[in-house]
Design a protein around this ligand. Structure first.
Ligand SMILES: O=P(O)(O)OC[C@H]1O[C@](O)(COP(=O)(O)O)[C@@H](O)[C@@H]1O
Ligand SMILES: [Mg+2]
Ligand SMILES: [Mg+2]
Length: 323
């Protein structure tokens, strides 16, 4: 099985970008080890703090953020980083060519139940005209991403990565500590009979979401004339991994629960990298009204509605929002 670096070399990935991806993955391998140690490694439970977004931080949120942050700040290719767990950006090297944004630990509510969790990251080009500590550097459309990926800490640790062409899967081989290529070209089936949404929010949904999900729930006797099954991992990284593996539609739409936060998922380090992975695997990623990759973030922690997965199904779902 091919190793990660030769695979990326064959894609003519810029050497500095390749080195930076290696740095991100060095952090993820360390997180993977700590996760596998569970209670033995002292990584379970909460801190007494909240992050900038008013969410209680788990110990592992903080540990994962510190690990990635310290490794990335030491990499001279990095100009600045942005993280879910940091209020603002952190400047690194004025000459660095790249910006890195990440969700150090996605699916925090699964940490203490030994469920699926992961790290999501995106790499953007640095903007020379702006200084390294200027957060406006990160205000770039998702189409500018040079690389996007996630590492899923499941029964096995997997890397799903795109550097612009295909979306590929690698599996961490613990015997030698490297990621080995296990799927050279992920391809999301066009159609699906599986949807993924937090049904507990249904009373807060707007009409397009209510109508769409209701049509799926009618099964064989309804307008869709087929039975749909439902899965919800409570970790975007796990839900999107399933969608990439066997198809499906994943939704986290806007709702009326908290008018200050109509959408939940963050554009820069959750929706945008996942959208690139899904599109490069032949799927679609939308807010219902526009492609996620066409949005330029206007803030580091901006939230957006997310509908992504099998392209025929996502297209069909979007009609409910545009009609
Ligand atoms: O609490 P809910 O509605 O199940 O939300 C689950 C969603 O929240 C998230 O866990 C948010 O990510 P964080 O754990 O990084 O805050 C997503 O991964 C997931 O899709
Ligand atoms: Mg997250
Ligand atoms: Mg997180």
């Amino acid at each position: 099985m091919q190793r990660l670096i030769p695979t990326l070399r064959s894609d003519q990935v810029d050497l500095e970008l390749l080195m930076l991806i290696r740095t991100v993955l060095a952090g993820c391998k360390e997180i993977s080890f700590r996760v596998s140690q569970g209670a033995l490694g002292g990584v379970l439970g909460s801190t007494l703090d909240e992050n900038i977004q008013g969410e209680q931080q788990k110990k592992l949120d903080v540990i994962a953020n510190q690990l990635l942050k310290s490794m990335l700040l030491n990499d001279t290719n990095v100009r600045a980083i942005a993280s879910e767990e940091e209020d603002s950006i952190v400047a690194a090297h004025e000459d660095g060519k790249y910006l890195v944004a990440f969700d150090p630990l996605d699916g925090s509510s699964n940490i203490d139940i030994n469920g699926q969790i992961g790290t999501i990251f995106t790499i953007l080009p640095a903007i020379k005209e702006l200084s390294a500590d200027d957060p406006k550097q990160f205000e770039q459309s998702g189409r500018n991403q040079l690389a996007a990926g996630y590492v899923l800490y499941g029964p096995s640790t997997m890397l799903v990565l795109t550097t612009g062409s295909k979306t590929r899967c690698f599996t961490l081989d613990r015997t030698h500590g490297g990621f080995l290529l296990t799927n050279d070209e992920v391809s999301v089936p066009l159609q699906t009979q599986e949807f993924s949404i937090n049904m507990a929010n249904s009373r807060f949904w707007f009409e397009p979401t209510k109508f769409y999900i209701n049509d799926l729930l009618q099964g064989e006797s309804g307008i869709r004339k087929k039975r749909f099954n439902m899965r919800w991992n409570a970790a975007m990284v796990g839900d999107i991994h399933r969608v990439l593996t066997r198809g499906g539609i994943f939704l986290y739409p806007e709702d009326k629960r908290d008018p200050a936060k109509p959408a939940k998922l963050r554009l820069l380090y959750e929706a945008m990298p996942m959208a690139m992975l899904v599109e490069n695997a032949g799927g679609k990623a939308s807010t219902g009204l526009q492609d996620i990759l066409d949005i330029t973030p206007d803030g580091l922690h901006q939230r957006v509605p997310v509908i992504m997965g099998s392209s025929d199904e996502v297209e069909r779902c979007c009609y409910y929002y545009t009609d």
